[in-house]
Design a protein around this ligand. Structure first.
Ligand SMILES: [Fe+2]
Ligand SMILES: [Fe+2]
Length: 194
């Protein structure tokens, strides 16, 4: 299904509501989703895929109290970690906002799981999860690391590399991966395909 939203209108909205940095990130994630689709021969409508990346952090600048309030009001289904770390709520809240505005189900599901990763996130979710991690403004990767990730033969293998890196990073800070992320990692290790 093709997206009926106008990219220019969405970009203008975000440029007026997000910080400059977040806006640049959002555009870059949208563009990276499309680039990944070309690299890995996926077949999503290109405009819809771009909108998925563009809109994924729509609720990222909300205050914790506002996110919590929205999640309660809308009876959102949450993972335990999302109750404990309110910033993670920008994913389910963003997905609910986009759903209300008529964005497609695959797009909303992708946004819903973009922070924690999930076996339920779908292939659009897989593209978004990866793009959010590797987009060129991200300073935690250098060009060599980015290029090496893109040598992975499949999106699943690439996602697994990212999950491993995230796990090592969290571990070094004394934190653990979410249940949903761990389940995804195991699923991909066993050869699962999204
Ligand atoms: Fe996010
Ligand atoms: Fe993001």
């Amino acid at each position: 299904m093709s997206s009926h939203f106008d990219s220019t209108v969405l970009e203008r909205e975000l440029s007026e509501t997000l910080s400059e940095k977040r806006y640049q990130h959002s555009v870059a994630v949208g563009e990276t989703c499309v680039r990944l689709q070309h690299r890995y021969l996926e077949t999503f409508d290109e405009r819809e895929l771009y909108h998925c990346g563009l809109m994924h952090d729509i609720a990222r600048d909300w205050k914790a109290a506002a996110l919590t309030h929205f999640a309660e009001e809308h009876h959102l289904n949450l993972e335990n970690e999302e109750r404990d770390f309110a910033v993670l709520l920008h994913a389910p809240v963003g997905a609910a906002l986009l759903k209300e505005r008529g964005f497609s189900n695959p797009l909303c599901v992708a946004v819903r799981y973009h922070t924690i990763g999930s076996i339920h996130m779908g292939r659009m979710g897989l593209l978004l999860y990866i793009a959010d991690y590797i987009e060129p403004n991200r300073m935690h990767l250098d060009d060599d690391e980015r290029a090496s990730l893109l040598l992975e033969p499949t999106l699943e293998a690439l996602c697994l590399r990212i999950l491993e890196a995230e796990r090592a990073h969290l571990h070094s800070k004394g934190k653990v991966v979410t249940h949903s992320g761990m389940e995804l990692r195991q699923f991909l290790q066993e050869g699962g395909r999204l």
